[in-house]
Design a binder for this molecule. Structure first.
Ligand SMILES: [Zn+2]
Length: 218
C-alpha cells in the first residue's frame, strides 16, 4: 500500500513516473520512484484477432501501476496480469527505483522503458503482419483457383470484423487494429480471377479435328 503519491513528468513521450511514500518494516515510510510505459498492451492472441484473450491494459499518466514489497523490504512492480485464455502474462513495462529519482536520471530510466516498449510494439506488428499475409494468401489462392469469387469479398465500407480482407479497386487489402488503435494493413495486387474451365475460353480452331485428321494419320 502506498500512502502519498506525486506524479512526475519524465519528459519522455509514452512514459510517466511517480514518487510514492511506502511503508517500511518498522512502521515508518520511505520514498520509491515508479516509472512506467503509458502504452496499451494486450495478449498477442488478442492482437491477432482472438478477442477471447486478454484485452489491452494501460496505466494512464496519472495512475501508477501496482507495486509490491519483497521479503527483504525492497519494492518491485506487481506481477503482470495473466491472460485467462492462454495463461501468458502481459502488461505495460514498469520499473521501481529507490528514493525520489528526478531530472536526468529519471529521464534515462524513462527513455529505456520507452525503447523497450517500442521494441515490444515492433514485435507485435511483425506477428500481426505475418498473420495478415497468411489471410491474404488464403483469399488470393481461393480467387486464383475459383473456389471463391470477388463478389464474396467485402469492401471496407461494409465494416467487416477485424482482422479482415477486403477488396479496394484493383487491390486486396488485409487490415486490423492493434493496441493504441494503430492500424496495420497489407496490400496485394488483385489476382486476376481465371475462368474455371478451358471451355469458357472456347471454341478453338482445333476443337473439330474430325474432318482433317490426315496429318495425324500415319
Ligand atoms: Zn492469451
Amino acid at each position: 500500500m502506498t500512502t502519498t503519491i506525486d506524479i512526475i513528468d519524465t519528459r519522455v513521450p509514452g512514459t510517466s513516473a511517480a514518487h510514492a511514500a511506502v511503508p517500511t518494516g518498522d512502521d515508518d515510510t520511505r520514498w520509491i520512484t515508479i516509472v512506467w510505459s503509458t502504452a496499451e498492451v494486450a495478449c498477442i492472441e488478442f492482437e491477432l484477432g482472438d478477442i477471447t484473450h486478454g484485452g489491452p491494459i494501460r496505466y494512464a499518466a496519472d495512475t501508477p501501476p501496482p507495486v509490491e514489497s519483497t521479503d527483504d523490504g525492497d519494492w518491485r512492480p506487481a506481477p503482470d496480469p495473466r491472460c485467462s485464455a492462454c495463461g501468458s502474462t502481459y502488461g505495460p513495462l514498469v520499473d521501481v527505483l529507490d528514493g525520489r529519482v528526478r531530472g536526468r536520471k529519471l529521464a534515462e530510466v524513462a527513455l529505456g522503458i520507452a525503447r523497450d516498449a517500442a521494441a515490444d510494439r515492433a514485435w507485435v506488428a511483425s506477428r500481426v503482419t505475418a498473420h495478415l499475409v497468411d489471410l491474404l494468401n488464403i483469399e488470393a489462392t481461393g480467387l486464383i483457383h475459383g473456389s471463391t469469387s470477388l463478389d464474396e469479398l467485402p469492401t471496407v465500407m461494409e465494416g467487416p470484423g477485424i482482422p479482415a480482407v477486403v477488396r479496394d479497386g484493383d487491390q486486396l487489402v488485409a487490415f486490423t487494429h492493434v493496441a493504441d488503435d494503430d492500424i496495420i494493413e497489407v496490400r496485394w495486387p488483385m489476382p486476376t480471377p481465371l475462368p474455371e474451365m478451358v471451355d469458357d475460353l472456347g471454341p478453338f480452331e482445333d476443337d473439330d479435328d474430325d474432318d482433317d485428321e490426315e496429318d495425324d494419320e500415319i
